[in-house]
Design a protein around this ligand. Structure first.
Ligand code: SAH
Length: 482
């Protein structure tokens, strides 16, 4: 057998193994993984080994594979197209490689590039579409890392796209006989709305778009807006979908709250526009945001409207969609991890707990007008957790009203500032002392309040950043309801 020099690149190929005989030598878990992949490709698999691990044994009993029991003999290769050696004995693996060389049967010895005449690439599957990655045995870990990165970036709906195109392949070829025309057609279709429609499960509209394109019509480069939740700040809390969308964006309209760590993940040449709102100036800027979304989408751009947390939790996402709908602009929503969930998790506070709280409410009360509209009796009830957004400014009044409506002054409260970020602070206090604690510790925005017995668990369950600070004792005059 010859160990080949590493210099010339491997020749990539995709083999059609349907109903072809393949031999796997070895009966352990590595062999089992290889057998599973071969069976997926439709191969007729024989496993040669003195004994089989349980799953392989089950497949043999069911007739999915053939078991050839005993130690490897060269004539096992006589009728096969390919062989994989997956034993933990170097001498057996070498014998398989040598016998393969003599018989011109392609052999892969698992993790032994030098002994192999073919290698199995790292791969990514999206339906009929496969990406295979090889480093020619030079750096398998690099190939694997690249696979992971691409796996995250490539949307699962690519599979539906490939299937969809395969379904219409004949007609497309018939309509555009020339390669150049066909390529232009595909360029147009793939950069248009069709892939998005398939991702959103709109098969009828996708088919209609294709029909239009086949009829020679313009499918248009329609712009669209994706409303994306960026989570609380830690980029690790973005969803995979959010990451993909950030990678495809032409323009990103983001709130001030969205941190640099998240923005760094956006496509390099996407245009970043901060559309932060100043307190007291909401209407003017909200209108400007609407106008910007409309202008960019109408120009055919892929717009990402990126918001802190979740776009539908105190994020005015609903209003923005209503506006877009009014103008017939296509949109999509990607949820994000809202501050209440993230802050609770990163402070070690379970929002519900069998012993303490059966429900949780997300609320905001940043101006006294909105506080008057709340049902205070219900909010003051026991055995529930309140997660309050934008609540630090109104904390004095808020806690006084809860106490006046019957919630115990000793009810635990956690104030979480910059939740999930490296500079996170958690202040553990009580309802009676909360406003004083916020002042003493000079709590700044963004901060979230968690009120309820579960808040006390932060002292025990914290795991991120510095341990909770315990707020000052209640001031002598417990706040009274206004
Ligand atoms: N849509 C966002 C909320 C926007 S309102 C979401 O779902 O999280 C802004 C308020 O959210 C802030 O005033 C603060 O109360 C809270 N908030 C957002 N990010 C936060 C963070 N990292 N830490 C603490 N509170 C946060």
């Amino acid at each position: 057998m010859t160990a080949r020099p590493p210099t010339p690149p491997l020749f990539p190929m995709f083999a059609d193994l349907r109903d072809r005989d393949v031999l796997v030598v070895g009966g352990g878990t590595v062999a089992r993984r290889k057998v599973a992949a071969l069976l997926d490709s439709g191969a007729r698999v024989t496993v040669g080994a003195p004994a089989l691990e349980p799953e392989l044994a089950r497949w043999a009993r069911k007739g999915r594979i053939t078991h050839r029991s005993g130690r490897f003999e060269p004539h096992w290769l006589d009728r096969v197209w390919l062989a994989i050696a997956a034993t933990d004995e170097a001498s057996t693996n070498e014998a398989v490689a040598a016998a393969g060389e003599a018989r011109r049967v392609w052999v892969n010895v698992v993790d032994e590039a030098a002994l192999s005449t073919f290698q199995v690439p790292a791969r990514i599957e999206r339906g009929p579409l496969q990406l295979a990655i090889s480093s020619g045995g030079a750096a398998p870990m690099l190939a694997r890392a690249l696979r992971e990165r691409l796996e995250r970036q490539l949307d699962p709906s690519l599979g539906s796209l490939a299937e969809f195109l395969s379904l219409h392949r004949r007609r497309i070829r018939a309509r555009f006989a020339h390669m150049g025309a066909r390529r232009r057609f595909f360029d147009q279709v793939l950069s248009g709305p069709l892939p998005d429609l398939l991702r959103r499960g709109r098969l009828d509209e996708a088919t209609h778009t294709l029909e239009q394109a086949l009829a020679g019509g313009d499918t248009g480069t329609r712009g669209s807006v994706v409303l994306v939740g960026a989570g609380p700040g830690d980029p690790g809390l973005l969803t995979l979908r959010a990451l993909r969308v950030l990678n495809e964006a032409d323009v990103i309209l983001h709130d001030r709250l969205v941190g640099a760590g998240v923005l760094a993940l956006a496509r390099r040449d996407a245009e970043l526009v901060e559309v932060g709102k100043q307190a007291g100036n909401h209407h003017a800027t909200q209108d400007q945001i609407h106008a910007l979304m409309l202008e960019h989408a109408r120009a055919g751009r892929r717009v990402v409207r990126l918001k802190g947390g979740d776009p539908f939790v105190f994020g005015r996402g609903g209003e923005e969609l209503q506006f877009l709908r009014g103008y017939g602009i296509d949109y999509e929503v990607v949820p994000g991890i809202t501050a209440a969930l993230a802050c609770a998790a990163y402070a070690g506070i379970p929002l519900t707990h069998r012993d303490h709280a059966q429900s949780v409410r997300l609320l905001t009360a940043h101006c006294s007008g909105s506080r008057d509209a709340l049902d205070w009796k219900a909010l003051a009830a026991d055995r529930q957790t309140l997660a309050i957004y934008m609540g630090v400014a109104g904390l004095e009044d808020f806690s006084a009203r809860l106490i006046a409506h019957g919630r115990a002054p000793s009810t635990p409260v956690a104030i979480i500032e910059n939740g999930s970020l490296p500079q996170q602070r958690v202040i553990a206090t009580t309802l009676a002392s909360a406003a004083n604690a916020a002042r003493t510790h000079a709590v700044e925005s963004p901060a979230l309040l968690i009120i309820g017995e579960v808040a006390a668990l932060a002292g025990q369950l914290h795991w991120f950043g510095v341990p909770p600070r315990v707020g000052p004792a209640p001031s002598a005059d417990i706040p009274r309801a206004a």
